[in-house]
Write a protein that binds this ligand. Sequence first.
Ligand SMILES: Cc1cc2nc3c(=O)[nH]c(=O)nc-3n(C[C@H](O)[C@H](O)[C@H](O)COP(=O)(O)OP(=O)(O)OC[C@H]3O[C@@H](n4cnc5c(N)ncnc54)[C@H](O)[C@@H]3O)c2cc1C
Length: 379
Amino acid sequence: MHTQPDERRVVVVGGGVVGCAAAFELARAGYDVTLLERDAIAAHASGKSAGNLNPLIGTSPPQLRFAREAFALHREIAAALQAAGCADYGLAPVKRVHLGREAADRPELEQLAAACNAGNGFSSHWLDRAALQRIEPRLAQDIAFGVLTEGSFSVSSADFTRALARGAARHGAKLVIALVTGIVTRNDRAVIVETNSGAIACDELVLATGPWVAATRDWLGIEIAVAPVKGQMLRLLLPGGAPEYDFTWQSTSLYKRQAEEVWAGGTLEHCGFDTTATAEARTALLDRAARIMPMVAQAQVLEHTAALRPMSVAGGVLAGAAPGWKNVYLANGGGAKGVLLSVAIARQLRNLLHAGPGEPAPIPPPDAWSLDAAPLSRL
Ligand SMILES: Cc1cc2nc3c(=O)[nH]c(=O)nc-3n(C[C@H](O)[C@H](O)[C@H](O)COP(=O)(O)OP(=O)(O)OC[C@H]3O[C@@H](n4cnc5c(N)ncnc54)[C@H](O)[C@@H]3O)c2cc1C
């Protein structure tokens, strides 16, 4: 039987969006939370993401239900952050147009339009060339059709991550900048977290270290099948200002962000832990974005970012107990959707830690969790 939540000391390792969401959920549930981050809150992918909260685009079928739950949870989290005075993270509705040039582009767009019209709060409308030119005259002339989708949201992922951390702190969590170097264990439990600035006792341990999972193998003998996938993006200032809509053509998107800015993204690169922002990616992103809006050729590049998505090898998220350990939990594998999924991963952990009477029914675990169970077995 669990002790009362407020008696348990929970250490969360990782100040990305997943660790911060976990810290926020657990702190406001009454746990004694310490969040450990080696660099800065949102220093990595969580501060360099496009911040789309869209459960329908780019979500694999097994993850769809979890992604929808996450999307719905963002409203509740927004209200909770507002109540904590931490609401300023640019949560805004998105109008996004998926563009096509030729017949081969149609099937994917038709599938997307059908998914959006399935009565789940999203909607879609087909636009012909003339309608597209009316909503954005700077679009390339050879774009023939598009699907306007509405219903999703976006956030500034850096601000969202920091808002979660601040919200956790308002609920009593301690935020500590420290590198975790090891774990002391006793009888299948983690009892002490060792850092470069001292040791911290814990009753529960949440590991949300993003792609940096190799250390977990040494600490706990668990192989976590999560790999880094690099993503580069460009922050641009377009002549004439940002468009009113987001635009996507094949794998390239132009996102309206932060008043005047447009972000062009992104790449998907399997190159280990290299986070170099490369000239090749810059050229490719600009070239492809100019196929959407030729004026991109005259845009001012404000920033070129590169970061590592923590991509689960099996394709699902990790949001559960670490195999073979009684008080260690894994919160990882957000991949290309980690900002969206962070709040559901955090809720899943809260439900696991605190399955008391009268609690809301837990979110069903992501279907892909079982796929990850095999590589997760304790060594
Ligand atoms: C270009 C790009 C675009 C994206 N667009 C979207 C999008 O539109 N929508 C969406 O939902 N997602 C998007 N993502 C994905 C999303 O950004 C990630 O899935 C998410 O940020 C991962 O969060 P995380 O907390 O798991 O990992 P991270 O942000 O990597 O955080 C992990 C943290 O753990 C810390 N850490 C690791 N080891 C230790 C240690 N030993 N001690 C202390 N601290 C440690 C690290 O310093 C790091 O801060 C995008 C990603 C990229 C790169």
